[in-house]
Ligand binder design. Structure first.
Ligand SMILES: NC(=O)c1ccc[n+]([C@@H]2O[C@H](COP(=O)([O-])OP(=O)(O)OC[C@H]3O[C@@H](n4cnc5c(N)ncnc54)[C@H](O)[C@@H]3O)[C@@H](O)[C@H]2O)c1
Length: 421
C-alpha cells in the first residue's frame, strides 16, 4: 500500500486540520457571485457576529478565535437566548444580545455565522441579508425546499454572499476525487455509496426541544440522521457525483426507521438518482461499533473510498497497488473571508446544496419513520443508548452494493404483508 500525504494543490489551511470533527471537487458549475465587483474589498479583520454559541457554536467560537489570531476576522458580538458567561467567552469582551438584527446594527458586523436550530435558519439568514451582512449558515440550510428557496432567493436578491456549513466540501479530496473520476481512473462510474454508523445516546435527543423532531410548534424541523448528523455523507456523495444542484436530482427513494423513542428517523437509507448517476446512502445513530463515515465511488476499473472527516482517500484500481492519500482542507469561514477580500471562489454557495435539499424535502414528505420492532434493537448495558442488531453490516453492505435495507433483506425494512382474511 502506498501512502501519500497530499498537501499540494491547496491554497491554504493545509496545516493542522481546522474543520470540526462534527457531523460533518467541488463539482459542477458554481454560481456564487464573486465578491461584488463594483465594491472595494473590505478591510480585514472583518467584524463577525456569531448566532448560536452553545452546542456546535462552541466550535465556531474557537474557529473565530483562530482566524482572529490570523488577522482575518474579529468577533464583535454573540447572539444567544441567554448571554454567554465570561468563562464561555474565554475572557473576551463582546457585545451580546438575543436580538440578532439589533446586534448586527450595533456592532456593524460584516459577517454573521448562524449556528442555531434548523427552523430558525431562514429568518435569521434573511435578517442578516437585508442588512447587507454576509453569511456562514450551518447545514442543513433549511428544513424544507420551500424554506431553502426563500432563504437562497432572499440572500441572492440582497446581494450578500452565503456559505453553507458543509465543511466536508472544503476538503481538497473532493476536487481530487472528481478529477480522478472525470479522467477515467475508475473506468465507468457505476454508482456511489455512502455509509455512516454513529452512536448517539438518549440524552442527545433531550438536549434541545427540536432534537429528533420532524415538526415543532407547527413548523418543519426534519432532524433525522440523513438530514442533520450524517448529512455530510449525502452532500459529499452528491458532490462526488457532480450532481449538487436541485435540478440534477431525478428520483429519490427513502427508507426511514427509528429505534429511539423519537419522532424523526435514526436508522435510514436513501437512493438518489441524479444526472451524474445513482447514489445510495445508509446511516444510523444506533451503531454496534461506531466508525468513520465514508463515501465509496464504484467504477468498472476500481473504487475510491473517501473518509471525509479525515480527508483520507483510498484508491483501488485494477492492475495497481492500493494508494492511500491524505488531503488538506480549507476552512469554510476562512474561504468566505478570502472570497470577500480576495475573490477566492466560494466553496459552498446555496445553489450547490440544492440537490441535498431535494433529499431533505423527500424525507420531509415521506411517511413518518417506522418504529423498529423491539427485538430489532437493544439498550446497551451501562450506556444509555440503543443499538440496532446487525446494523453496522447493513450500513456497510448498502454502500458496497448500492442496495437499500429492504433490498438487502433486513427483516424490519421489508414491506409488511397485508392479511385480508
Ligand atoms: N457542520 C457541522 O458539523 C455541525 C455539527 C453540529 C451541528 N451543526 C448544525 O449547527 C446548528 C446548531 O446545532 P446544535 O446541535 O449546536 O443545536 P443546539 O440546539 O444544541 O444549540 C443551538 C444554540 O442556539 C441557541 N439559539 C436558539 N435559538 C436562537 C436564536 N433565535 N438566536 C440565537 N441563538 C439561538 C441555543 O440557545 C443554543 O445554544 C444546526 O443547524 C446543526 O445542524 C452542524
Amino acid at each position: 500500500m502506498t501512502t501519500i500525504s497530499q498537501q499540494g494543490g491547496a491554497r491554504r489551511a493545509d496545516g493542522p486540520r481546522t474543520a470540526p470533527a462534527g457531523d460533518s471537487a467541488h463539482t459542477g458549475p458554481r454560481t456564487a457571485p464573486a465578491a461584488p465587483a463594483n465594491t472595494t474589498a473590505p478591510a480585514l479583520p472583518l467584524p463577525v457576529v456569531l448566532a448560536g454559541a452553545r452546542g456546535h457554536g462552541r466550535w465556531h467560537l474557537d474557529n473565530i478565535r483562530r482566524l482572529q489570531d490570523k488577522g482575518l476576522v474579529r468577533l464583535v458580538g454573540v447572539c444567544e437566548l441567554t448571554p454567554l458567561t465570561e468563562e464561555e467567552l474565554g475572557g473576551r469582551h463582546v457585545e451580546q444580545s438575543a436580538d440578532f438584527g439589533a446586534l448586527l446594527d450595533s456592532t456593524g458586523a460584516a459577517v454573521a455565522v448562524i449556528c442555531t436550530p434548523i427552523p430558525t435558519h431562514t429568518d435569521l439568514a434573511l435578517t442578516a441579508a437585508r442588512k447587507g451582512v454576509h453569511l456562514l449558515l450551518e447545514k442543513p440550510p433549511a428544513p424544507s425546499y420551500a424554506e431553502f428557496r426563500r432563504m437562497a432567493d432572499g440572500v441572492a436578491a440582497a446581494g450578500v454572499v452565503c456559505q453553507i456549513g458543509f465543511q466536508s466540501l472544503g476538503s481538497h479530496a473532493v476536487p481530487a476525487v472528481r478529477k480522478l473520476i472525470t479522467e477515467g481512473a475508475l473506468g465507468r462510474v457505476t454508482g456511489i455509496g455512502g455509509a455512516g454508523a454513529w452512536a448517539r445516546d438518549e440524552a442527545y435527543y433531550r438536549r434541545a426541544p427540536w432534537a429528533g423532531k420532524r415538526r415543532l410548534n407547527g413548523v418543519d424541523v426534519v432532524d433525522g440522521v440523513l438530514t442533520n448528523p450524517l448529512a455530510h455523507i449525502v452532500a459529499t456523495a452528491l458532490a462526488l457525483a457532480g450532481s449538487t444542484r436541485g435540478e440534477d436530482v431525478t428520483g429519490i427513494r427513502t427508507e426511514l426507521l427509528r429505534a429511539n423513542d423519537i419522532e424523526s428517523d435514526d436508522t435510514s437509507c436513501v437512493r438518489v438518482t441524479t444526472t451524474g448517476g445513482r447514489i445510495t446512502v445508509a446511516a444510523t445513530l444506533c451503531a454496534e461499533h461506531p466508525g468513520e463515515p465514508y463515501v465509496l465511488v464504484h467504477g468498472t476499473g476500481g473504487r475510491i473510498t473517501f473518509w471525509y472527516k479525515q480527508d483520507r482517500v483510498l484508491v483501488q484500481r485494477s492492475g495497481r497497488g492500493p494508494e492511500e492519500i491524505e488531503y488538506g482542507r480549507t476552512d469554510l469561514l476562512e474561504n468566505l473571508v478570502e472570497h470577500l477580500s480576495g475573490g477566492d471562489e466560494l466553496l459552498v454557495p446555496p445553489e450547490s446544496t440544492g440537490a441535498f435539499m431535494k433529499v431533505v424535502e423527500a424525507i420531509r414528505q415521506a411517511p413518518d419513520p417506522i418504529a423498529l420492532p423491539p427485538d430489532a434493537w437493544e439498550q446497551l448495558p451501562g450506556e444509555r443508548r440503543r443499538v440496532v442488531r446487525g446494523i453496522d453490516g447493513f450500513v456497510a453492505a448498502a454502500a458496497d452494493t448500492l442496495a437499500l435495507y429492504s433490498e438487502l433483506g433486513a427483516s424490519w425494512a421489508l414491506p409488511k404483508e397485508v392479511s385480508t382474511a
